[in-house]
Design a protein around this ligand. Structure first.
Ligand code: HEC
Length: 139
């Protein structure tokens, strides 16, 4: 009798699994199932921070220092920057591509922030990686 019960349980489980399997195939045509399987949250930065760290080391660190803490007389501290905090990725990208020359009324140090940190070879994708990295430095 005990064996019968076990068999029944196994049978039921099999049916449930089969039902799940088939309902999946059926509903895969519905709009719900056509949604991306792993939606990335909108708060997630677009770039790759690990790659950005390497690029930051090549193009920004000379003025902004290790960990973006800034270097007196060269580049500003990024870790506490309200300006950076207030920008979305698009605005940040546009800023880095333009820079902030001494002649810009927004310039606070009397030192040039060169477009792309003076490295015109940097692509938008690479700059977004750098931006993702800089966001990890923010306090
Ligand atoms: C040649 C030195 C130099 C390099 C290289 C450089 N910067 Fe800058 N950056 C500056 C200076 C100077 C400022 C401050 C300008 C000012 O007075 O407002 C600045 C400001 C900034 C700001 C604005 C910070 C704030 O709070 O206002 C951002 C963002 C920034 N830099 C990003 C970058 C990124 C990203 C890179 C690398 C791609 C980079 N910088 C490379 C010199 C540099």
């Amino acid at each position: 009798m005990k064996q019968m019960k076990q068999l029944l349980v196994i049978f039921c489980l099999t049916m449930v699994l089969a039902a799940c399997g088939s309902s999946e195939t059926v509903s895969s045509t519905t709009a719900e199932n056509n949604a991306p399987t792993a939606p990335s949250p909108s708060t997630e930065p677009a770039g790759d921070a690990a790659n950005g760290e390497a690029l930051f080391g090549q193009s920004c660190i000379a003025c902004h220092g290790e960990g973006g803490v800034g270097i007196e007389g060269l580049g500003k501290n990024m870790t506490t920057s309200e300006f950076i905090r207030g920008m979305n990725d698009d605005e940040f990208l546009a800023f880095v591509k333009t820079g902030r020359p001494v002649g810009d009324p927004a310039n606070t140090t009397g030192i040039d922030m060169p477009p792309k940190g003076g490295n015109p070879a940097l692509t938008d994708a690479q700059l977004l990686d750098i931006i993702a990295y800089i966001r990890t430095l923010q306090e």
